[in-house]
Design a protein around this ligand. Structure first.
Ligand SMILES: Nc1nc2c(ncn2[C@@H]2O[C@H](COP(=O)(O)OP(=O)(O)OP(=O)(O)O)[C@@H](O)[C@H]2O)c(=O)[nH]1
Ligand SMILES: [Mg+2]
Ligand SMILES: [Zn+2]
Length: 243
């Protein structure tokens, strides 16, 4: 999965973090792609920040417009590989695919000047073969990414926080000001980014809401299924003349 962000106004570290969690959950290999490097004067600073959250995912700073950094992307586009381009509208997913193709196959459109947002130019998912034998998937920019994910994936993305959490005084510490909280202590000591912790706590909360919803759904399905089975047994018994 190429997790594409634009190094212009659109760029958001927390969103990259979210994408990484989802990628880890899906089992796909994530590559963080920072596009529009031509518009940014602090590229290496951004790469460093992403490096801190994306422990082992490769990070590529590129420019579709200036055709820069594309070889680093091609390293992940070997023959037979399939890569999905994921990211908000306007970050340049289609422009990157055109750059890799060397032709203007995909429609590309200016972002709105008023709020720097994309216009949802790509409207359907499409599988496109590249000349070197890789397949790429262009997709419509996402409005919002629901972290349909599990705790294990969350743990992989936030392993530093989970590691600290094991040192909290209370086993069920919620890291929201309990005494002896190792996570908050690390934040106060400047060793851990407060925004990262907030994001972690939010995702954990979303995950538990999701678990409850899934649980409800499961109960409903089981109940319905039981009814169906009971009905079938009754019917069979009637047919056999048991009743
Ligand atoms: N300066 C600069 N502009 C770029 C770059 N890549 C893309 N753009 C511009 O960004 C705008 C949006 O690009 P698209 O490729 O349409 O974006 P997208 O991610 O496919 O957007 P959706 O299809 O709406 O999801 C266009 O105006 C592109 O020309 C880049 O590397 N540098
Ligand atoms: Mg597009
Ligand atoms: Zn704690």
């Amino acid at each position: 999965m190429f997790l594409v962000s634009g190094l212009d106004g659109e760029y958001n570290l927390r969103r990259v973090e979210r994408y990484l969690t989802v990628a880890a959950d899906s089992g796909a290999k994530p590559v963080v792609v920072l596009n529009k490097a031509d518009l940014c004067e602090t590229v290496s600073e951004h790469v460093r920040k992403v490096r801190r959250i994306a422990t082992d995912a490769p990070i590529c700073a590129v420019s579709a417009k200036e055709m820069l950094g594309l070889d680093a992307l091609r390293e992940h586009l070997g023959c037979g590989e399939t890569v999905a381009f994921i990211g908000s509208s306007g970050v340049g997913k289609s422009a990157l695919i055109n750059a890799l193709l060397g032709s203007e196959r995909q429609e590309v459109r200016e972002v709105r000047e008023s709020d720097r947002r994309g216009r949802h130019t790509t409207t359907r998912r499409e599988l496109i073969p590249l000349p070197d034998g890789a397949l790429v998937i262009d997709s419509p920019g996402m409005r919002e990414l629901q972290p349909w994910t599990d705790e294990e994936a969350l743990g992989r993305t936030f392993d530093d926080i989970e590691e600290l959490a094991r040192q909290c005084r209370f086993r069920d510490c919620r890291h929201r000001g309990e005494p002896g909280c190792a996570v908050q202590a690390a934040v106060e000591a400047g060793e851990l980014d407060a925004g990262r912790v907030r994001n972690y706590l939010r995702l954990t909360r979303e995950l538990s809401h999701l678990a409850v919803r899934q649980d409800d759904l499961l109960k409903r399905v089981v109940k319905q299924r039981k009814k169906q089975v009971a009905r079938r047994i009754r019917k069979r018994n009637v047919e056999r003349g048991a009743w």
